[in-house]
Design a protein around this ligand. Structure first.
Ligand SMILES: Cc1ncc(COP(=O)(O)O)c(C=O)c1O
Length: 481
């Protein structure tokens, strides 16, 4: 993962009271004249009073601008080398009907990973042909639903799924189902094992390397491509590769693309069929901490376009149409989470004196907020690091080393491992945690029967609830007693 994600990463401290606009915050975040943060002109104190906390806050203009930048950057760079490209927003990062509409209005398509995400995209009137369906273990019902919706592509993840999609397509007696084969290129990118998806020892895709069955002549990826071509109910649309998430070194994309293009050339040589599309997946890294630098869409688009053009020329194959699937890079920095501080507890870090060791003098201030691992599991799951600021006021109190923790019954319930906060941080203060737009609400749970926070969009000084706060009644309604 990035510098922001590993538990071994040294903490990045930002001096309190010197809030600097810009990343990791959305472009609409400022400190107002009396010291409170504002998002797109909305004072977070008013927002918290109206919506309660915790609350996810989404800066619509920022999100749309990121969607636009990715589309424009890739369209321009790939046009330069003579290739077309489509940008699919990866809905797993965060999907709601409004967000699906926003990205569609910005010219993006929508990548879904389950029937539930597909339902949201359809509810938002995203045309079926602009939707992709992923999933390493799709149910038959999900496959049928995707075919009924006329999705533009089903990204097939196993040999068995080739047969299942073919059977579903046959049963419908309709036009051939457009499929892509997801391959694993062996490129390991993104810093945490759980979000690196193209190395061999994991559940996604079909390997380009030798098959587990030593007798097999072809790689699992080649076998699946040949199987698709053997089915008249299937249209082999493309090859798909997603190498991981929160990638800050672009070279992994280029190496993976080269391997995919080699596979495409090998299939063409063998069968005469040139796969029309190649998807390079998502994973574009963002800044989580002050001082971190996100991948620049213009740079990465130019680098990848130049690299695939060179590889295709080398292989003597014409360029395919490309697509990419950014999620985090579109919605991550556009979001922040607003919390109210409760208990504040100084704790001595390290041992008492003894065995020749001096007594530790380091004190960490545990700042408990009214949410936690149920609204942001990433620190507990991946050791991801985040940045927090006092949001309702400025303080000139000397900073203290703080850890922002939740209200759940786990000592690993940490939202921000290390951050400097003003020494007078106290109950009732508001804290804002930056860059929580991706994989926050979408991975949220009801652990400890905590209702999930609302998602509130801010646009030009106004607010709009996109997803309302869950209530205890919502949770109890599921409990049949
Ligand atoms: C197939 C696929 N595409 C796209 C993404 C989006 O990744 P990111 O949000 O890091 O851009 C993921 C994330 O897991 C994925 O699995």
């Amino acid at each position: 993962m990035s510098a922001s994600a590993g538990p071994t990463t040294p903490p990045a401290f930002s001096p309190t009271g010197t809030f600097v606009p810009g990343e990791p915050w959305s472009s609409g975040v400022r400190r107002g004249p009396d010291g409170a943060l504002t998002v797109a002109g909305v004072d977070v104190r008013e927002l918290a009073a109206a919506q309660g906390t915790p609350a996810y806050v989404l800066d619509e203009a920022d999100l749309r601008e990121r969607a636009r930048s990715y589309r424009r950057a890739f369209e321009a760079a790939f046009a330069e080398v003579g290739a077309g490209v489509d940008v699919y927003y990866a809905g797993k990062a965060f999907l709601s009907v409004a967000v699906a509409r926003w990205v569609r209005a910005e010219g993006l398509r929508v990548d879904t990973a389950t029937g539930g995400e597909l339902a949201v995209a359809l509810r938002a009137d995203v045309p079926g042909e602009h939707i992709g369906l992923h999933g390493n273990n799709k149910s038959d019902a999900e496959i049928v639903r995707a075919l009924e919706a006329g999705v533009g592509r089903i990204i097939v993840d196993s040999l068995a799924e080739v047969e299942r999609v073919a059977a579903a397509s046959r049963a419908r007696g309709g036009v051939p189902a457009p499929v892509m084969i997801r391959v694993t290129t062996g490129v390991h990118a993104g810093g945490h094992e759980y979000i690196s998806t193209a190395h061999e020892d994991q559940k996604f895709g079909l390997s380009l390397a030798t098959a587990p069955d030593a007798q097999a002549e072809d790689s699992p990826a080649m076998t699946a491509l040949l199987a698709v071509l053997a089915h008249p109910e299937l249209e082999l649309l493309g090859i798909h590769s997603h190498i991981g998430s929160q990638i800050l070194d672009p070279s992994g994309f280029e190496v993976a693309a080269r391997k995919v293009l080699e596979l495409r050339a090998a299939l063409a040589e063998r069968t005469g069929f040139l796969v029309p599309e190649v998807d390079l997946g998502g994973g574009y890294g963002i800044a989580y901490l002050p001082g971190e630098v996100a991948l620049d869409p213009d740079r990465i688009a130019k680098d990848v376009a130049a690299s695939v053009a060179a590889s295709s020329a080398d292989l003597g194959t014409p360029l395919p149409r490309f697509s990419i699937e950014p999620g985090r890079a579109i919605v991550g920095p556009a979001g922040l989470t607003l919390y109210t501080v409760g208990t504040v507890k100084p704790v001595r870090v390290g041992g008492a004196a003894g065995d020749g060791e001096a007594e530790s003098t380091t004190v960490r201030t545990y700042v408990s907020i009214d949410g936690g691992m149920s609204d942001n599991i990433r620190p507990a799951l991946y050791g991801a690091n985040y940045h927090a600021e006092l949001a309702n006021r400025l303080s000139d109190a000397a900073p203290v080393l703080a850890r922002v923790v939740g209200k759940h019954c786990e000592s690993g319930d940490i939202v921000v491992h290390d951050v400097l906060l003003p020494g007078d941080v106290r109950a009732g203060d508001l804290l804002a945690v930056a860059a929580t737009g991706a994989y926050g609400r979408s991975m949220a749970s009801n652990y400890n029967h905590v209702p999930r926070p609302p998602v509130v969009a801010v646009t030009d000084g106004g607010t709009r609830v996109l997803i309302r706060r869950e209530t205890e009644d919502d949770l109890l309604a599921l409990d049949l007693g």
